[in-house]
Design a protein around this ligand. Sequence first.
Ligand code: 0L1
Ligand code: MG
Length: 264
Amino acid sequence: MNLTLSKFDVRHLTDRIEAAQLNAKAITKLTDDFPSMTVMDGYAVQLELRRRWLAQGRRQVGWKAGLTSKAKMLQMGVFLPGIGFLMADMARPESSAVRTDDMVHPRVECEVAFVTKTRLAGANCSREEVLAATDFVVPALEIIDSRFAGFKFDLPSVIADNSSSARYVTGGRARYAQDLDLSTLGVVMEKNGEATTLAASSAVMGHPADAVALLVKVLDELGEDLPAGSFVMSGGITEAVPVKAGDHILARYQELGSVSIRFI
Ligand code: 0L1
Ligand code: MG
């Protein structure tokens, strides 16, 4: 691990991220104060945040891959994917009303989520291994919320901020991966009744299972694996769409049905 931060700095930066998340208050990117921070330093902060939350009794259900499509990378000006952890209490029911006053500047993206039935691990994890380990896939919306003012960040900072994880919603129809061509699924996102963005799942690294394989490789670098029964968001198929109180999002997925949510 290429780490430049001391344990004290990791704890200090975790305090900053945790406070920004809890109070929904934007902060400046961490590299402004720690310019030599590396991606691994970012993961050290992220894992310290997870350690604290698990110690509070929160339950981890899985992981997310982020910045996995060209559209997302161009939108954010960050050109390598990252991962983040997902807690059970970040889930919101399909069709429910999601609060916006506890987030800084939420955005929504359409994703394919995987639920695994066997453990995945190792630096050479492949698409085929991911598909063999997948129990089923479901359509999902991720509500991301960067805690950095103006969404201005770099890779070490956004990884420290748990890759902007905030909320997620699943819905539609669960399907076996082998019954679908996961690289060609079309998705249309409607915001307030108007088609706002549309794309195909190949936008996620050619195939969403490749993003899950990449996530497993990052976990390997962190000394972790992906246990059976994990819930994994594979990354936004399109760019993320900003939302505010009063907005309604409906995402229609080819073969997988639809997922909707409204914001209050
Ligand atoms: O899920 C994502 O792709 C988000 C990664 C972090 C970048 C962002 O906040 O847009
Ligand atoms: Mg995402």
